[in-house]
Design a binder for this molecule. Structure first.
Ligand code: FES
Ligand code: FES
Length: 167
């Protein structure tokens, strides 16, 4: 069965007809040609397909496109302002936070979403004091980014890149 849906992707309104079993990841990549979200595991285990949906990070291989009709989606490639990189993108470059780059778009989207979650006071499994303001030390960053795997093992530099954006 097909359905007509609308998505705003990186600021551009898009209308598309999708099989109702289509994931957001496949809608982005196969229907709209937005290829920064990567298909790593297709099972919600690697984080390579992470984008921001209405400002929150989502593993798009597990999310159906029809369930996101009307959503506003930001991918890693839509974060720059023209030629001006987003601060998180700049930090990943400055800290060598990637090797092959396959996981990097998902890492960057997840990092931006994670900072917003911490700012909103959301605790993680590493948070000791649930009543205090979240302090994003390396343990917190690692825990909150644990859904994003990197086959190249660039973790130390990814943490350094994210740390630079903690205010
Ligand atoms: S491809 Fe979605 S979590 Fe791995
Ligand atoms: S940089 Fe290669 S998988 Fe992360």
């Amino acid at each position: 069965m097909e359905a007509e849906i609308a998505l705003t992707v990186d600021g551009t309104q898009q209308s598309l007809a999708v099989d109702t079993r289509t994931t957001v990841l496949d809608a982005l990549r196969d229907h709209l040609g937005v290829t920064s979200p990567k298909k790593g595991c297709d099972h919600g285990q690697c984080g390579a397909c992470t984008v921001l949906v209405n400002g929150r990070r989502v593993t798009t291989c597990l999310s159906l496109a029809v369930a996101n009709d009307g959503a506003e989606i930001t991918t890693a490639e839509g974060m720059a302002e023209g030629r001006q990189l987003h601060a998180m993108q700049r930090s990943f470059l400055d800290h060598d936070g990637f090797q092959c780059g396959y996981c990097t778009p998902g890492q960057i989207c997840s990092a931006v979403g994670m900072l917003a979650e911490a700012k909103a006071g959301w605790p993680s499994a590493a948070t000791d004091d649930l009543t205090a303001e979240v302090e994003l030390d390396d343990t917190e960053i690692r825990e909150r980014m644990s859904g994003n795997l990197c086959r190249c093992g660039a973790y130390a530099n990814i943490v350094a890149a994210i740390r630079e954006n903690v205010r």
